[in-house]
Design a binder for this molecule. Structure first.
Ligand code: SF4
Length: 463
């Protein structure tokens, strides 16, 4: 997927001005998810669960070499073929080889953010493979030719009218078709794809090292079909997705579902341990696991930024984020959007390619409060901002404004003088040499200095 993160301000502006319905649809869906999460967290000792989950992920990440080797061993023992992909191109190469070896003409795909990151669809399509997204939300945006805008709800930015029009144009359903009828039509198309595809591609929510178990959570049943009907199943797994044991998995499945959609557990949980045996009538003949690095090892070695790798891609931080709710995910210009995108994208793609993203936050802290693995997103945002300033990449006027602010705030005399001057010339803050303040002012009522300073009020005994 092309990286357009540098265009964040323009993309956000365009979405806000040209498609106001996106804001409405995203806010409605995000608030709904967030409300459900609150209810689901209230049923458990969420603070304790989150601390425990943080500790487990920290343990895995700090012993990743051990757990990766263990997982490889256990997978291989069950007949799974394990591939290592250092880069996105390595992962695509594995897919290409499998497509050629099995004469794949059709592939069905379960929702996977990693596959978006790796550019799986264009790679398969370039080989002449017809690819079907099988998650309903993903299928909708595939028909629309768009990337997902939310980790859990890829099509939440689209309202019913738009989906009706899209299905009408692409699948010939009536313009006033009810949601049930639209889902039925999608099911009809996808059923045919499930039965004829030679390859099924999935991601993995977790990979359990002690047993070599791939765990997948879903609500529609499409992942189950994707991973069991075609004769070849390929699971793309980021190396950070490991868990030590099945006992850990039992809790992570519940915590992830609660954080993502407010469910106690996903409607379907698939635990895949290998290709079908001779005694089993169903299942793929071959299972391949591609363990993908693609920048994760380098990020893990970064002492200030590695914690982002705890992410379980639940999307809770997106739902809680007042900034994300304005535009949805497309403004962020790459696969991972919202608060997690603002700290993961610079880690995977580099700061230069993603620069405005760490600044696309009010630092309100809501993302940290909801994160099931307690990723300190606000702290990481500040880290990336500091790096941008240190590298001379941040906006010069903004850096200058912050320096001037620090000067004034750390010198009492200067501060007093400045606040007096502001009371005499209240319009000074909107002077064109202060573009940051002007930008902040756009859409808000004007800045009006108080007639008396706090110090004066204090001395008068008024406060
Ligand atoms: S950062 Fe936390 S809340 Fe956001 S998607 Fe990842 S795990 Fe979920």
């Amino acid at each position: 997927m092309e990286v357009k993160s540098q265009q964040y301000p323009e993309l956000a502006r365009k979405i806000l001005r040209q498609t106001p319905q996106v804001r409405e649809a995203v806010t409605r869906a995000a608030l709904h998810f967030d409300h459900n999460r609150q209810t689901a967290y209230a049923e458990i000792d969420a603070a304790f669960w989150r601390q425990w989950a943080e500790a487990v992920k920290n343990h895995v990440l700090t012993h990743l070499d051990h757990y990766l080797e263990l997982a490889e061993q256990r997978l291989a023992a069950r007949g799974v073929r394990v591939h290592w992909a250092e880069t996105a191109e390595d992962a695509r190469r594995v897919l290409r080889e499998l497509v050629r070896a099995h004469g794949v003409k059709r592939a069905v795909k379960a929702k996977s953010m990693l596959s978006e990151e790796l550019g799986v669809n264009p790679a398969l399509e370039a080989l002449g493979v017809e690819v079907f997204e099988t998650d309903l939300g993903e299928y909708i945006i595939q028909l629309a030719g768009e990337p997902p805008s939310h980790i859990v709800g890829p099509a939440i930015h689209r309202n019913l009218e738009e989906i009706r029009r899209l299905f009408h144009e692409r699948l010939g359903t009536p313009l006033d078709a009810e949601p049930d009828a639209l889902a039925r039509e999608a099911r009809r198309v996808l059923r045919e794809a499930f039965l004829s595809a030679e390859m099924g591609v999935s991601g993995a929510n977790f990979l359990v090292a002690e047993t070599g178990t791939i765990a997948l959570i879903e609500n529609e049943g499409n992942i189950r079909l994707t991973t069991s009907l075609p004769k070849v199943h390929v699971a793309l797994v980021g190396i950070e997705k490991l868990l030590p044991s099945l006992a850990d998995l039992a809790v992570f499945l519940q915590l992830t579902a609660r954080a993502a959609t407010g469910q106690r557990i996903g409607t379907f949980v698939s635990l895949i341990q290998g290709p079908r045996t001779e005694a089993e009538p169903d299942g793929p003949e071959e299972v391949h696991v591609v363990l993908v690095d693609n920048g994760r090892s380098a990020l893990l070695a970064d002492p200030e930024a590695w914690e982002v790798l705890r992410c379980v891609r639940c999307g809770a931080c997106l739902n809680a984020c007042p900034v994300y709710r304005q535009t949805g995910g497309h403004a962020y210009g790459w696969v991972y959007s919202g608060p997690i995108g603002a700290v993961l994208d610079p880690g995977l793609l580099g700061l230069e390619a993603t620069l405005p993203l760490p600044f696309a936050s009010s630092l309100c802290g809501a993302c940290f409060e909801v994160c099931p693995v307690r990723i300190p997103i606000p702290k990481l945002l500040v880290t990336w901002r500091q790096r941008a300033v240190a590298a001379g990449l941040a906006s010069r006027p903004e850096a200058g404004a912050v320096r001037a602010y620090a000067e004034v705030m750390t010198r009492p005399e200067l501060y007093r003088l400045f606040s007096k001057a502001l009371r005499v010339f209240p319009g000074a803050l909107e002077h064109p040499v202060l573009p940051v303040v002007r930008a902040w002012r756009a859409g808000r009522s004007g800045l009006k200095p108080s007639p008396k300073s706090f110090r004066e009020l204090w001395e008068e005994g008024a406060v």
